[in-house]
Design a protein around this ligand. Structure first.
Ligand code: AMP
Length: 426
């Protein structure tokens, strides 16, 4: 295949999916390790659930009237005749895992985090993909509004730590099973009055679940939802107090936020607090992360009566707003000469790798010159020449590629030297 030849059309990545290649993956690793470190500081532990789940899990959990379940799931029947879905979100999987393994009976706090791919069949655009990746955290058995505020603070700390400066926090309360039906009825009434202004999908939602009209992406519907009755005016006493306390605690943390009564989020299970952190730098798909409380899901799944709350952050969106240059790679390139040089280079590379130095020997090179050219191209930090003479003397030349200097020593001395040298400036 010539360098200009385009790839075969039938063998390219599926629409809405993408490869994360070397050169960009370093940023992903950096974000994942920052998130992991932070979550562990807050007492969270990793829970890895499968990518495939029974379809019913999302129908029941995410909700039958949500856009995710009605339009966006990757669902197939497996060879055993079972309906399987590539998970579109993570929360129902964690709830399932807790019930299945009775994690609620263990002494550890029910605080979990996870990184991984999610799948939604939506129209791909900037910031919206069919396979995307989320950082997800979930907490269970904590009714206190202090945990709502704490996870918002934790999300803010992660973003601040990664240098995301222009983020805005939006909060709302979507009430509970006591007060939401009254609000839904008021909403249905209002939506009925402006039925003709709504898209066909939203007209259907008037009957099935009027709250879901807020999720519509059609501009004319969005204009209408701005005039809808506000859920914050319909909260019961318990939900109102809870929401007030969340806000007081956010104030205590000194975290600025804006109350957005239209923030119902596209999932059916939320109760009380919902929130999003948005970034202006993202354009139309502005939500970096979203989350909320879901006090009924565990019980609805037939599990213990334990409340839950969590958030999911979109990694593609987060990475697109970061202004971080990953540390340059420090690589030792072995340039070898002759059969004995090749064998010795293999041995040395192993020795240096065990000493914690990334080392590369390439076997497809013709001569010393081509190996130096490769080392330059790969921006290797050092080149070590391994030829007959060097082997006979037991001493080797190490070239510092940035400084252009050369030093001679035994492998032990050279390893020591490399380890003491600070990283090259970026
Ligand atoms: P959700 O699970 O819908 O609450 O979304 C949580 C976060 O995941 C959002 O704030 C986005 O950052 C990200 N996200 C959701 N859907 C997509 C998608 N289709 N493509 C990329 N990121 C997404």
């Amino acid at each position: 295949m010539s360098p200009e030849a385009p790839p075969r059309k039938d063998l390219t990545a599926v629409k809405g999916t993408h490869d994360i290649r070397p050169g960009e993956v370093e940023l992903w690793q950096k974000v994942e390790s920052a998130a992991r470190g932070l979550f562990e500081l807050y007492g969270y532990r990793e829970l890895r659930a499968p990518v495939i789940e029974p379809t019913e899990l999302f129908e029941k959990g995410t909700g039958e009237t949500t856009d995710i379940v009605t339009k966006e799931m990757y669902t197939f029947v497996d060879k055993g005749g079972r309906s399987i879905t590539l998970r579109p979100e993570y929360t129902p999987s964690v709830v399932r895992a807790i019930i299945e393994h009775r994690l609620d009976l263990k002494p550890e706090p029910l605080r979990f985090y996870y990184f991984g791919p999610m799948f939604r069949y939506d129209k791909p655009q900037k910031g919206r993909y069919r396979q995307f990746h989320q950082i997800d955290i979930e907490v269970f058995n904590e009714k206190d509004p202090a945990i709502d505020a704490e996870i918002i603070e934790m999300a803010s700390a992660l973003l601040a730590g990664l240098g995301v400066g222009d983020a805005e926090t939006l909060v709302n309360s979507v009430g509970c099973r006591a007060c939401r039906p009254g609000y839904s009825a008021a909403l249905r009434n209002h939506a009925e009055g402006i039925r003709d202004e709504l898209c066909a999908d939203c007209r259907r939602k008037i009957e099935t679940n009027p709250l879901r009209i807020f999720d519509c992406k059609v501009e004319s519907c969005r204009v209408e939802t701005a005039r809808f009755p506000k859920i914050t005016d319909s909260l019961c006493e318990e939900c109102r107090t809870h929401f007030a306390q969340v806000r007081t605690l956010l104030d205590l943390y000194g975290l600025p936020y804006r109350v957005d009564p239209s923030l119902v989020r596209g999932l059916d299970y939320y109760t009380k607090t919902t929130f999003e952190i948005v970034s202006r730098g993202l354009g139309a798909q502005s939500a970096l992360l979203g989350g909320g409380r879901y006090d009924d899901m565990m019980r609805d799944f037939g599990g213990p009566d334990i409340c839950g709350i969590g958030f999911a952050m979109g990694l593609e969106r987060l990475i697109s707003v970061l202004d971080i240059t990953p540390e340059p790679r420090r690589l030792l390139y072995f340039a070898w000469l002759g059969e004995s040089g090749r064998t010795k280079a293999v041995e040395f590379a192993r020795f240096f790798r065990r000493g914690g130095v990334a080392s590369l020997v390439e076997f497809n090179q013709k001569n010393l010159r081509s190996q130096f050219a490769r080392a330059n191209k790969l921006a290797a930090s050092w080149v070590c020449v391994v030829g007959e003479d060097e082997i006979a003397r037991g001493r080797f030349q190490l070239k510092d590629m940035a400084a252009g200097t050369q030093i001679e020593g035994t492998p032990e001395e050279l390893l020591d030297l490399i380890r003491r040298k600070p990283a090259d400036p970026a």
